[in-house]
Design a protein around this ligand. Structure first.
Ligand SMILES: Cc1cc2nc3c(=O)[nH]c(=O)nc-3n(C[C@H](O)[C@H](O)[C@H](O)COP(=O)(O)OP(=O)(O)OC[C@H]3O[C@@H](n4cnc5c(N)ncnc54)[C@H](O)[C@@H]3O)c2cc1C
Length: 451
């Protein structure tokens, strides 16, 4: 978004209390997040286009937040004082084929770098359901795709540069700073302005995507591991009605040198779709990536939604809870017990897997996870009453919520689920001794540490 358009979106500062701002979709003229359920709390937005500009800006401010592509559903990116956008449109991504890395500026989206990588014969290991999000914003919240052997998107980062509260550039890499790098990566925006992210890349690969319909829950009970690991990336979509998974999306590696894999007529009781489908079967599949086993490049198959189109359903809310993969069945059945309350508020649930990692604030820290995601209708009053019920039902499996989506879990429950939180707070103190990058979300969820 160009600076002028962006600033035009902003209007007078708001006086509505925070909770009521979340409770309804906001009026059209305010600067909002992608879903439109959050109005940012200030109309002051500045845009910078280079690292020296970032440094100068940071030195002048006492408190502000940086915006990515505004795809978070909660107030993690909000500020009552000042917002910053970091377009860096004048800088191109730097591909280093020998080192097998690509370095990008802060505002760059996955959808922008993917075709560049593909044209040079490279790929990333995984992508989220949509390519529209910024690399920095995604890594900060531990955004993920699916696959039992795939870590979240931040696990591909080998180095990053952050402008800290003093306005100094701090360069960190996995190799040079193994003690703090895993803490600094999924940082919830608490350490400063990320100005450069270096991602590991690999030779390009192809994926053939197939969708199956109506997988009975009884198959999940018997074959959970086989189903979740049936392809490179597997997504299960359910509306929790009729004890079935409505759609199974299998994204399988495809090698053109080998004979094509035959599509089985039966996938643990599910039947092959006969045309491309949207995760919400009633919606048009026009904005979805190609299915029916037609092979294509990784970036055109790993996300569910194509770059040039509106992803997902549009006006919606999202929540997601990560539980250990070993508890996948019990956690799924726990939500299923709530189906009479969940289904009327729901557009669709997606169930995915994420490989364990070493990133301190990653929900997959030291545990292979299954993530149970909810795309809700835009009915926050009802959804906000439902989330504590879901969180209570999942409590035996110590769920960790997605940092960028809606949750109601109190900090006293959330914080003990992150054993490295005290180390992270010590790290944040070094980068930001006076709270320049703090906001209400961070104060509530991580700084208000309960002993
Ligand atoms: C339709 C839709 C589909 C989604 N699908 C997935 C999915 O498949 N998997 C998944 O895990 N999540 C998914 N998400 C959630 C999304 O990936 C995360 O919310 C992600 O953080 C969004 O990135 P963003 O750039 O839009 O961040 P923003 O919402 O703009 O910001 C997120 C955080 O990053 C900070 N930030 C951004 N840029 C910088 C920077 N340069 N320096 C410092 N701080 C910065 C912000 O201050 C804030 O704390 C989806 C969201 C939507 C709307």
């Amino acid at each position: 978004m160009k600076k002028r358009t962006f600033i035009k979106l902003c209007s007078a500062a708001m006086t509505i209390p925070l909770d009521s701002k979340l409770s309804a979709f906001a009026s059209p003229e305010k600067l909002k997040n992608w879903a439109g359920n959050i109005e940012y709390s200030t109309d002051k937005v500045s845009s910078v286009d280079s690292v020296p500009e970032v440094q100068e800006f940071v030195r002048k401010q006492s408190n502000f937040k940086t915006l990515g592509t505004r795809h978070c559903f909660n107030r993690i990116a909000d500020s009552t004082q000042q917002l910053l956008t970091t377009d860096f449109s004048s800088q191109s991504p730097m591909l280093d084929p020998a080192a097998r890395t690509i370095s990008v500026g802060p505002g760059v989206r996955y959808g922008t770098i993917a075709p560049i990588l593909e044209s040079k014969g490279f790929a990333l290991h995984n992508l989220a359901s949509l390519p529209h999000i910024s690399v920095a914003g995604a890594c900060i919240t531990a955004t993920h795709g699916s696959g039992v052997t795939n870590g979240n998107l931040a696990t591909a980062v080998s180095a990053l540069e952050i402008v800290n509260a003093a306005g100094d550039i701090v360069a960190l890499s996995r190799k040079e700073n193994p003690d703090i790098f895993p803490g600094a990566l999924v940082n919830l925006g608490a350490l400063g302005v990320i100005t450069k992210v270096t991602l590991n890349i690999q030779p390009t690969f192809q994926i053939a995507q197939r969708v199956y319909e109506n997988l009975p829950f009884s198959s999940l009970k018997q074959y959970m591991d086989e189903i979740l690991s049936a392809a490179y990336s597997v997504s299960l979509f359910t509306d929790w009605r009729n004890r079935r998974i409505n759609e199974v999306w299998l994204k399988a590696l495809y090698d053109p040198a080998k004979p094509p894999i035959k599509q089985p007529k039966d996938f643990f009781g599910a039947t092959p779709a006969t045309k491309n489908l949207h995760p919400i079967a009633e919606l048009s599949a026009e904005n979805c990536t190609e299915q029916m086993g037609v092979p294509g490049p990784w970036f055109d198959r790993l996300p569910h939604f194509k770059m040039g189109f509106t992803p997902s359903a549009g006006k919606e809310l999202q929540s997601e809870y990560f539980v250990p993969r070993k508890n996948a069945l019990d956690a799924i059945l726990a939500v299923e017990r709530l189906h009479e309350q969940v289904s009327p508020r729901l557009m669709i649930t997606e169930i995915r897997t994420i490989k364990a990692d070493d990133l301190w604030l990653s929900p997959a820290y030291k545990q292979d996870c299954v993530a149970i995601h909810f795309t809700w209708k835009p009915e926050w009053p009802e959804v906000s009453r439902l989330l504590p019920i879901i969180e209570r039902e999942l409590a035996p499996y110590k769920p960790r919520p997605h940092w960028g989506k809606l949750f109601t879990m109190p900090p006293k429950e959330l914080q003990p689920r992150y054993e490295k939180l005290p180390d992270f707070l010590a790290l944040a103190k070094k980068f930001d001794p006076n709270g320049k990058f703090r906001n209400e979300f961070l104060d509530k969820n991580i700084y208000n540490a309960v002993g």
